[in-house]
Design a protein around this ligand. Sequence first.
Ligand SMILES: Cc1cc2nc3c(=O)[nH]c(=O)nc-3n(C[C@H](O)[C@H](O)[C@H](O)COP(=O)(O)O)c2cc1C
Length: 223
Amino acid sequence: MPDDAAGDTPGGAGNERRFSPQEAALLHDVLRWRRDVRHFRPDPVAPEVLNRLQAAVDLAPSVGNSRPWHFLRLRDPALRARIAAIFEAENTRAADGYDGDTRADYLALKLAGLREAPEHLAVFTDTDPAEGRGLGRQTMPEMLTYSTVTAIHTLWLAARVENLGLGWVSILDPAAVAGALDAPPHWRFTAYLCLGYPRFSDDTPLLHRTGWQQNTRASWSEV
Ligand SMILES: Cc1cc2nc3c(=O)[nH]c(=O)nc-3n(C[C@H](O)[C@H](O)[C@H](O)COP(=O)(O)O)c2cc1C
């Protein structure tokens, strides 16, 4: 048994995997080229690729290892059309929150690839998951949703290295989506994802390229 397995961490050694600087640089590249994708080619995603993505999702961290996420893959065009209609209504409502030129700028943005994306995933968070035994979420129940978000980001990166793109659609009425998909009452709608091969790749957010906004604030500080 290696020395560091003899301490008070059971099973704590024996599977060491170290990453090289080249691998670290590769991950950085994946992060930089991830991007939110709204322009898709219609090409289908092969079942074995989808299987690999499913396996990746289940590598994500979660509070108390509860894995509270449920990914619903929408196959039914009628269901997809209902979600698209909910998006259109909410997007118009959101545009109406802006005036004049800003409203026109908003309407010029493409904020979803719902018509083109070959794969649609509705993601829910189980607010009373069978796994995890309640660990870590007594004081902050929102940790369950945060856990689902880690799974989504894991999927985002796993999709990118399959040369797929993923777009997060949140301009939706959560109750309407849950109703359209007949979700159980203890499932909280968390995200709607479009997945497919992107029409182009980019290392810069599209919202920057379109001139809608820029990021200037430093996100780390010291106290
Ligand atoms: C929680 C969340 C919700 C989002 N909702 C939408 C959305 O409804 N429509 C959209 O076009 N992009 C959406 N995005 C993508 C963001 O606009 C995008 O991440 C941001 O502009 C930065 O660009 P990047 O992801 O390409 O780096 C969402 C992203 C997150 C994390």
